[in-house]
Ligand binder design. Sequence first.
Ligand SMILES: Cc1cc2nc3c(=O)[nH]c(=O)nc-3n(C[C@H](O)[C@H](O)[C@H](O)COP(=O)(O)OP(=O)(O)OC[C@H]3O[C@@H](n4cnc5c(N)ncnc54)[C@H](O)[C@@H]3O)c2cc1C
Length: 407
Amino acid sequence: MPDPCWLGPAGLDMTDQVFDVVVVGAGPAGGAAAFTAARAGLQVALIDRKTFPRNKLCGGLITGRARRYYHEIFGEEMPFEPQDRKTVVDFRFRGRSVGLINDAPALCMAMRWDMDHLICAKAIAAGTRDFTGCQISEINLNAKFLGLKDGRTIRYGVLIGADGANSSVAKALFGQSFDRTRIGFGLEIEATGDHINPEAPLRIDFAAARWGYGWAFPKRCSTTVGVGGLMARNPDMKTAMAEYLTELGIDCAPKAFKGQFLPFGDFRKVPGRDAMLLCGDAAGLVDPITGEGIAYALKSGKLAALSAVDSLSNNAPATALEGYRRRLVGIHRALRMARWIRPVVFLPALEGAFETTFRRSSTLRQDYLRLMAGEIEYEHILKALALRVPRLLVHAVGAGFRQRQSR
Ligand SMILES: Cc1cc2nc3c(=O)[nH]c(=O)nc-3n(C[C@H](O)[C@H](O)[C@H](O)COP(=O)(O)OP(=O)(O)OC[C@H]3O[C@@H](n4cnc5c(N)ncnc54)[C@H](O)[C@@H]3O)c2cc1C
């Protein structure tokens, strides 16, 4: 059994297992964190309550940004079949077309069943100890150990919480995993039968949900259809989903809808404490406009692991958070900018103005897609919007005036 210097003088029980880094959650964030820490030569444990492969509710849209981060971490391209790459995107607004783009930067379609299995397997092949399919019964942050339901105790130098939107590590740290007034929520189905059409364009429907949107992502064995948005603004999300399915001509009973929380722009300014770090959804790192979370999950998992490596090599695990916060500055800045821009896209008063501008401006549509491809960042969009805001406001005021006149 290793005897790491960060453990201090306290003795170990024979049932204790000791690791430099323990990662809770083996999704993209946890898999990237475990892989990076193991590759750096640390003793790493990866715990997940599920055995893999497992499902995770998700559109499975993999942006250029996510593919770039994947390559940075694993040193190879994310594997996709040619028919998983989409370059045709159909933008809608309440069913009305606002632009069919035929030459979008490639967006790829994945099934999380396969993708997360691959990432988890890479972490284990890099030397991570596999604790998938293990239930955690206790998280003791003061004594720095986790208890497993089977009686084992797992001690850590640095703990990385990558256990998603309902994070138990975040609850142990902060009392709750997220703020219900700020979180997002999504509903999805996998439409099969007549609705399998891998050649169909990828479809995005603004205003299918309030402060959110609807999506239909055609894949090889199904079309993933969903609506998502801020939970507080959508008490009737099931109705929004039913209406969206009707619009798409899909017959599906509401009891078949699957739902999950999405930390849609409510990121944790301080993602952890001392030697305990949160990444991915557990840290709220989801784009508040597009709902994209896989890219930042991968990236933040890697950054958390690098911070753990530095702090442990300095024999100062409690400094891990300091290093992690410095590394996260870029992601936090991007999320803050997206939050500033979000009202322009989703505010009901600007809806008509946004629709008209989006329909007329091929630059805006291309920028939206280039943003998803990871070719540009929100800084670029913010500058472009600054020039348009006066026109948008005039539009919004005009639309409000016309509405009042027609009443
Ligand atoms: C409806 C919907 C659609 C989405 N569509 C997209 C999309 O198309 N593209 C995109 O980029 N993002 C999308 N997202 C967001 C994306 O799914 C998440 O941001 C991403 O999965 C975050 O990865 P993660 O590794 O942080 O967490 P997760 O992928 O949630 O993984 C967390 C892991 O932790 C495990 N776990 C949880 N609790 C415990 C516990 N107590 N003990 C042990 N293990 C635990 C879980 O089993 C899971 O394996 C969508 C989200 C939703 C809800």
